[in-house]
Design a protein around this ligand. Structure first.
Ligand code: 6PG
Length: 259
């Protein structure tokens, strides 16, 4: 990556969850202070899921100004919302229900629709309404949460996907090589137009992908979906635990010691 993104490396376990929750709190407060609301694109996955559970702890539940926070999804599997694989279902169980989030503040991708392309169009229309983006503009989400796949995928943008080069739509239909095949996902363009992109990555099984994306050693690594996250005007922040960061040759501590 040309200019080194903001990388925070935290001890594994509760320390990572605490630090990530605190950073999310301060980011939502910044958006609410300046714009009166914060629009977050939620990610699926177990790592984001850990964060969602933390948000419902009493100390955070009462601190976040939920009435000023709106939710869209970074991606969705083409399954019904109550399906175990649904990203909306994950957020509903871990976040929306425990916090009593107003359903009017949630815009989900309707993965259950027979026609995924129609679902993508409907999600795009909703996103444009929420961001007041005209047809020729790229919708701007305040805060996009991203997990990282071991193959370097983000949202449901997988390595080699034609969607990575397609900026005609804000929401794309893609195919996953594993799990639920047909997916809906924000386009790379929408992700890159976000004000803040937060990577939530933990565990030793992500260390290789983290190194490949942050310290690429080949053209193939430079073309991984996560490596193509280059904010147009915003910023990208990596929230890593030590296990996920273990293969990085250069860490923020090194930079502090060796400017
Ligand atoms: C999904 C997510 C996907 C996920 C990564 C990381 O729908 O599954 O959008 O991009 O965030 O695969 O998932 P884990 O944190 O569970 O490894």
């Amino acid at each position: 990556m040309a200019d080194r993104p903001d990388i925070l490396i935290v001890d594994d376990g509760p320390a990572w969850t605490r630090e990530t929750t605190a950073r999310l709190y301060h980011l939502t407060e910044q958006f609410i202070e300046t714009a009166g609301r914060c629009l977050i694109a939620l990610s699926g996955g177990s790592t984001p899921g850990r964060l969602y559970q933390s948000l419902t702890l009493p100390e955070w539940k009462r601190r976040f100004r939920w009435k000023h926070i709106w939710f869209v999804f970074g991606d969705e599997r083409c399954v019904p919302p109550d399906h175990p694989e649904s990203n909306y279902g994950l957020a509903q169980r871990l976040l929306f229900a425990p916090l009593g989030i107003d359903p009017q503040h949630i815009s989900r991708m309707k993965g259950e629709l027979e026609d995924p392309a129609a679902a993508a169009r409907e999600s795009e229309d909703a996103l444009r309404r929420l961001t007041e983006a005209g047809l020729s503009a790229v919708p701007v989400v305040d805060l996009v949460l991203l997990g990282l796949g071991e193959d370097g995928h983000i949202a449901s943008l997988f390595p080699g996907s034609a969607a990575l080069c397609d900026s005609r739509h804000a929401v794309e239909v893609t195919q996953s090589p594993t799990g639920v095949a047909t997916r809906l996902t924000l386009s790379l363009d929408v992700i890159n137009h976000a004000a803040v992109i937060l990577f939530l990555v933990t565990g030793p099984n992500k260390a290789a992908a983290v190194r490949a994306v942050l310290e690429p050693q080949s053209e193939a690594e430079r073309c991984l979906p996560a490596a193509l996250v280059r904010p147009t005007n915003g910023q990208v922040q990596w929230l890593l635990d030590r296990s996920a960061a273990q293969h990085l040759a250069r860490t923020p501590e090194d930079a502090e010691r060796r400017p």
